[in-house]
Unconditional design. Structure first.
Length: 329
């Protein structure tokens, strides 16, 4: 595997190392190509269903890779993370496996299912008001007082490398089929998932087009890619994609994404809701809104897919039951 960007913060070799670290514990999710989807789009479409991953999202990969790197003599203070839910569960599950105490700072309006599942892995949950409080400041304060290791949700090379194993598996599975991906799309909040995927896939397929997918209005990656610098989104209010509400791309993630990504695409909440319903009815998959935004952009015609092999990452399936019922109703 040839690494196209050896000077970037994360390399294909880092992702190979992460793959070895997480292999005994993470699920190697399949690459699906449902005929009903390919027929609707009119080209070959593949799905990477990370909703089948441990804890229901890709986040376990990066969390386990990061926590495994903590020296044993420094694990006594535990770990602290801040997350709306999926990173929370990934860190909590990895901590449980590695016998470390986890404290997770979560927004008070995070889906109840995500909060309860985080607690079920043995983590302590500290709630905050996302409109008035700084989650990172709260987490850093707790970590400092307890001598704990802070585990960022995306802006960390080891976390990005862990998420990059998603792309490594995509590249391997496409190669096994004798096919080359033309377009790979993944949801973006802070950008760790798409940064890792881009690094891994570009190493094997240099000509591939990588795209971030975001909710309409919360399109800080699309804005930043067009501007050539980190730009915040200017959305007010909320989106049903609760996992994708980061204000601005991470510094480390954007250093990668600005080099490797082709563009950013968006989908409205209505389009995301349609995609969640389509995945349930036609594909028999439960995808959370944030995990379905790439599929939504494809179904809505926001991606020029004609004649191309398209890979869409479904990043998670931890959707609130009440919201899910509304979206598929």
């Amino acid at each position: 595997m040839t690494d196209p960007s050896p000077t970037l913060p994360v390399t294909a070799a880092d992702i190979d190392a992460a793959a070895r670290t997480i292999a005994p514990f993470a699920v190697r999710t399949p690459l699906l190509s449902p005929p009903v989807l390919s027929e609707r789009i009119g080209t070959r479409v593949f799905l990477k269903p990370e909703l089948l991953q441990r804890t229901g999202s890709f986040k376990f990969r990066g969390a386990f890779n990061k926590l495994s790197s903590i020296p044993r003599d420094q694990r006594g203070g535990g770990v602290v993370a801040f997350s709306s839910g999926n990173h929370a569960q990934g860190v909590a599950a990895a901590s449980q496996i590695l016998k470390m105490q986890a404290t997770i700072v979560m927004p008070a309006d995070a889906p109840l299912s995500k909060r309860e599942r985080t607690k079920a892995y043995g983590a302590e949950v500290v709630l905050y008001d996302r409109d008035r409080e700084d989650r990172e400041a709260i987490a850093r304060d707790i970590a400092g007082k307890r001598g704990a290791t802070l585990v960022p949700p995306y802006d960390d090379p080891l976390v990005i490398a862990g998420q990059g194993t998603v792309g490594r598996e995509i590249a391997e599975d496409m190669a096994a089929l004798g096919l080359a991906p033309d377009i790979v799309v993944a949801p973006a909040s802070g950008g760790g998932l798409i940064a890792g995927i881009a690094t891994a896939v570009k190493a094997r397929y240099p000509q591939v087009m990588l795209m971030s997918a975001e909710p309409e209005g919360f399109d800080d990656h699309a804005l930043s890619l067009r501007a050539g610098r980190r730009e915040p989104h200017r959305a007010g209010g909320r989106t049903i994609c609760d996992a994708l509400m980061a204000l601005i791309p991470g510094e480390i993630t954007f250093a990668i994404n600005s080099r490797l990504l082709t563009q950013g695409v968006t989908a409205s909440d209505a389009e995301v809701g349609e995609a969640v319903g389509f995945a349930f009815r036609e594909l028999k998959l439960v995808v959370e809104p944030g995990g379905a935004v790439g599929l939504a952009a494809l179904l809505a015609g926001h991606i020029d897919a004609k004649g191309k092999n398209v890979v869409i990452v479904l990043s998670g399936g931890n959707v609130d039951a009440d919201l899910f019922a509304k979206l598929i109703g």
